[in-house]
Structures are given as C-alpha cells and as structure tokens.
Design a protein around this ligand. Sequence first.
Ligand code: ADP
Ligand code: MG
Ligand code: ZN
Length: 728
Amino acid sequence: MNEQLEQKTKDILKQVFGFNGFRGTQEPIIKNLLEGNDTFVIMPTGAGKSLCYQLPAMVLPGTAIVISPLIALMKNQVDQLQALGINARFLNSTLSKTEARIVKKETIEQKVKLLYVAPESLTKEETVEFLLKANISFIAVDEAHCISEWGHDFRPEYRRIKSIVQQLGEHPIIALTATATPKVQIDIQKNLNMEAASLYMSSFNRTNLYYEVRAKQDIKKQLIRFVKEQKGKSGIVYCLSRKKVEEIAEFLRVNDINAAPYHAGLESATRVGNQDGFLNENIDVIVATIAFGMGIDKPDVRFVVHYDVPKSLEGYYQETGRAGRDGIDSRCLMFFSHNDISKLDKFNKDKPIQERDNARLLLQEITSFAESAVCRRVQLLHYFGEEFSKDDCDNCDNCKHPTEPYEGKDCVELVLKTVMATEKRFGMLHLVDVIKGTPTEYVLSYKHDKLDLYGKGNTETEDFWRSVIRQTMLAGLLGKDIENIGVIKITKKGTDFLKEPRSLTLFKNHDFDNLKKEDEEIDSTPIEATAYDEKLYAMLKALRKNVAKHENLPPYVIFQEVSVEEMATIYPCTIEELTTITGVGKGKATKFGADFVRLIAQYVEDNDIITAADVTIKTTANKSKHKVFIIQQIDKKLELEEVAESLKMSMDGLLDEIEHIVSSGTKLNLDYYMDQVLDDEKQEEILDFFLNDESGDVEAALEEEYLEDYSEDEIRLMRIKFLSMYAN
Ligand code: ADP
Ligand code: MG
Ligand code: ZN
C-alpha cells in the first residue's frame, strides 16, 4: 500500500472515527482489503469488526456494499455512521418506494460511501440491475456465519449471495463473523468463493468481562442484590421460558428496578417499545429469552445474568458476549443448578437419538464449566480451541476466589494410564467406571474389570474423577476425538507426561448442592472503583439522553460510554480538547459537542477543578487501558505504590505506563511523590544528567558512576519529570 493511502487511512481513523489507534488486527485487515484482496475476519463480538470495512469504504472511491442480516441492526449502524458525518444508507424492505429511489440515485451519483443491503433485497432482480450501475469499491458480508447450516444462525437467503456477487463482477470481498468453528469456516469460504482469502483470526478472549457462576439458591435475593449493585446501569437477565421472563421482570419492577420483559410471545408493539426503551436508557434491565440481543448492538450493556442455565457453552459465550462491547469492565453472572440441567435434558427427550446425545453432551460441558474451579477464561477459550494461561486472567470468580488446590500428579497419571489401557476408545463415563471399579455391563463386556488399574480410584467419588479428567483435558494432556463424538484420546503432551510424570496442581470442584451458608456472602466482588468524576458523569449522561431524544437516536450514538467516562475524567472544555477523547472525531465534536463542553466548562468553574485537561495536550500514541485512571490518581496525588496495587501492576509496569503517557504528550506532575523519595539536591543531580546527555536513556544514566547511588526507579522517575518539564 502506498504511503499516501496509509496516511489517509490514519487520518480518517482519527478525524472521522475519533480513535487514536487500531485495535488488535484491524490494521493488517484494512491494509489487505485496501490492496484489493479477499479478506476473512474472525473476531469476537465487540472487538471492532465494523471498522474493518467502514474505514476502507471511506478511503476508497465509490460505494462499499455491506450485506447484513438484521434490519434493526442496519438502521442502527447507519445512524451511528451518520452521526460521524459519513454518508451511509440502507436498502431494505422498510423503505418506501420513493425512499429507495433516492438511495439508489445517490449511490449511482457516488455520494454514498456505505450501502447496507439486506440479503432478501439483494436477491431482487431490480437491486442487481441497480448495483450494476453503481461504482462498487468492495463487498462486505457481515455476520458471515449465517451462510452455514452448521452455525447457530443459518439464513437461507445468505446462500444466494455467491451467485449475485458473481453477477456484479470482480470486487474484493471481506467476510466477517464472531463465530466460526472449523466447519463453519470452510462453509463460509466455499459459499463466498473465497478459498484463497487471507484469514485473520483473533483471540476469543474478552478481557473486560468478569465471569462468575453461583449456586441457584435464594436466587431472588441474590438477583436483587446484584442488580442493585449496578444501579442505573444497563443489563440483560436471560431466562429460559416466556413465563419466567414475565415473572422476573415483574419481580424486579416491584423491587424498584426499571425492568421490562422481552420475548417472542409479546405483542410486537410492546416488544419493540421495550427494546427501544432499553436502547434509549428509559429501561435499565431487560429480562428476556435468548432471542433478545441478536438484533441489537448496544455497546454499553454492563451486565448479563443467566437466571437459568444456558443450553451450551457456545450459547453462553454468545450471550455473555453482548456485555461490554465498548471495552469497559462488565459482569457476567450465571446461576447454576442441577435441576435446570435435568429440565433442559427433558426438553430433548423427543428428539432423534443422535441429536439428543449431542444435546446431552453440550449440557455436560456446561455442567463441568459451572462446577469447575479452574479459571473460567481458560475453560471458555479451551472450548474454542485456544490455549490460555490463568496467570493472564485474574478476572473471574475462580481466579479471585480459588478453591483449595491439591497435588494432582498421581491422579492424572492414573487417568492417562486408564485411557491407554482401554485403547483410547472411550468417553468420560466409561473411564470413570473403570477407575472407580464399577462393574457395568460395558466394563464387563470389554473385560476392563480384569485390568490392573480397575478400581484403583475407588476411594474418591465419581464427581472427583470427572473433574480430574476435565482438568487433564484443559492441561492439554487429553483431547477430544473429532471423528467420534465423546471419545477421549491422549495427546503427545499426555504421552510425554506418562514417560516422566511431574507435579500438576488441580482444584476441587465447587459443590453447588451442599453450599455452606457462609459461602453465600463472599462473592460480591465489586469491579474496581470508578476512576471518573461521578457527579459530572451523571450530568453528562443526562445531557446525552436529552440530546439523543431530540435527535431521535439512541444515546450511545451521540457519544459512547467510553467517551462519556473519559470526559468526566479529563474535563475537555473546548471542542478542540473534545476531539482528543476516544471515539470523538471532528465530525462528532462539531455536531454534538457544543452543549457538552459548555456543561463541562461550567462544572469545572463551579467546582474549582484543576483538571487533567490542563495537563492533556496532545494524544498521539495509543491510549493504554489504564491511562485515564493513572492520570486521575496522580492528579489526586495518590502514592504510586497504591496506584500500582489497585491496578495489580508492579511498580515497574506502572512506570512503563507513566513513561508512555508522558512521551505521548501528556504532562504529569509527580513532584508530590518525588519530593518524598529524593531531596532537591539529588533531584537536581539526576536532572542535570538528562539535560546534558544526548541519549536521554535510563541505561546511560545507570552507567554513570556519579549516579550509582540511585536506584533504577529513582532515575526513571526523574526522567519522567524531565520529560514533563521540558519535552511537553
Ligand atoms: P463487532 O462488530 O466486532 O462486535 P463493533 O464493530 O461493533 O464490534 O465495535 C465494538 C466497539 O469497539 C464499538 O463501540 C467501536 O466504536 C469500538 N472500536 C472499534 N475499533 C476501535 C478502535 N480502533 N479504537 C477504539 N474503539 C474502537
Ligand atoms: Mg458487528
Ligand atoms: Zn480466571
């Protein structure tokens, strides 16, 4: 890609979208598409797929065609783009003839940068005729898994995309989805004729989601307490049946929570009304069957509760994935009971055998997930075939409150030997029977009761052994046999272990049926204290709601949650300053900013606030995740050790972040801290070095003999001070 194009891309990212940098793999994806190549993107919900086609659409001449399955979502996206000052339109059955004609005319005149088309409109002959007259830059197929019967959301019309795209001539295609098991992935590529496309697959880790499972006991009390902890925040409570949805919505309402139900059995006007109320922040909590959430794209859902157990781990991942799309910390809470599992199992009783067995396996997965004391992230990501170390989590109940660990070396060895001795042809239940020494029909017929290790584990319960087997799988020593569903086989790592058994820490499962009373109280880990000015934040939210109402748009289209939080942290008082806020580009700042900066300026004056905005000058580098928090804490003159601790960082890590902040142009006043650490004279001495040394390196300073009494931290701190004083 040439330099000019690259610069243009970066400029649009900042000026139109208001982002300071790309996220994850967005940059290479966009580059690949701009170079005219077919591109296949698999990225979890909330990771930022839309930008991968919206930005190139702005860079390239002509119109990008976006195929997207949900009409509600389409309007939503187009509203968001228009709020950014982008000429985006949609073409679907909700438009009148005249409206459609205008959209087509503007597209042919090349005024439209992005045209969203519903698959059923696309397949109409008149649409194809019209598209042949347009100057198409590329074609984006969003939610591309809808093309596959193996996915969870198959749409027959998606099957016809291929032939239509072919009629439109040679255009690069970008396909995007948040779920693609290998089967679905192949299906998508085949059905879009893009086998040669470059594949960009990101991790499924949603770092900002806190996962938690609790026993379904005293559930109503627990639910109320949980929802009240998040006062005024948006959340979804999922229930299995329509009846339960109605009941719980009513229950929340009588407890002063602003809740409403949503399910397919409601009258359409009520349903739409409740959904809009949720989008517009007139309703805080939606109680719904799992159908809810597919059609909406609300970025600031702060919690998702599974009142009833979900049907599969993939479903759980999708549903919890609707929380925190904006990247801000959000909570996912599941209530688990064996009773729910039996209920779900009963639903399956009329299905054909194969289907029923599969459904049962899915329920086993979710049961193990719930009962396991292993990091939730490790388990979820393992399910999607990703390896992940629990050391990188610290954001789930099992990491925050670990159960007692035990040495698992001997147990794991016994499990692996049993898999070998039974010739790697059996599933979990059979293996447990052999280890426990249970003489079932199968065990006897295979003569497994004659094995040396038969009954070797009879002092422990069946649950215990199931948990060991699961953890052995999570450790990668055992794997699933892809061809034979349910069969467990040993991996290379497993055979290596058998040759040389080593220490392995395992955790006892949660026992949800026999909870001790006191356990109930512990688990209400509040997410880190807020870093922003809560009073101003509330005022800004109220203003946003007003503006939104006036513009007839959902509030987050005006400014996203992240942006509002950041405003309440660094107090931008001019339109210029406002554009430094994440998610606020020139277009948005000019369109909606005036009232906001006026309010902030007034607030700053009324409250005599010396703001970080005095401090923030330019922001070019990536805003790191903790940046705003750190700036504010330093503003409040907090001890750095404390800041580091509340971020669970080392001092070293914190200094890295601070250096980053300062070198991207933000002034930080650390004098209050430095003065405790070093007296004036000493500070001068180090400062002198940086004033005179060309390299300005910490390493160079450390090598100076006359500075040898100073620690690395002290030198780094002085360098930060130096940069703040002179470089900014
Ligand atoms: P997906 O389609 O993958 O679920 P979206 O495209 O809806 O995700 O994006 C999720 C959120 O991430 C949106 O609120 C969007 O504004 C934000 N976002 C996307 N790219 C960036 C970026 N480079 N920097 C900051 N925020 C971003
Ligand atoms: Mg999307
Ligand atoms: Zn964890």
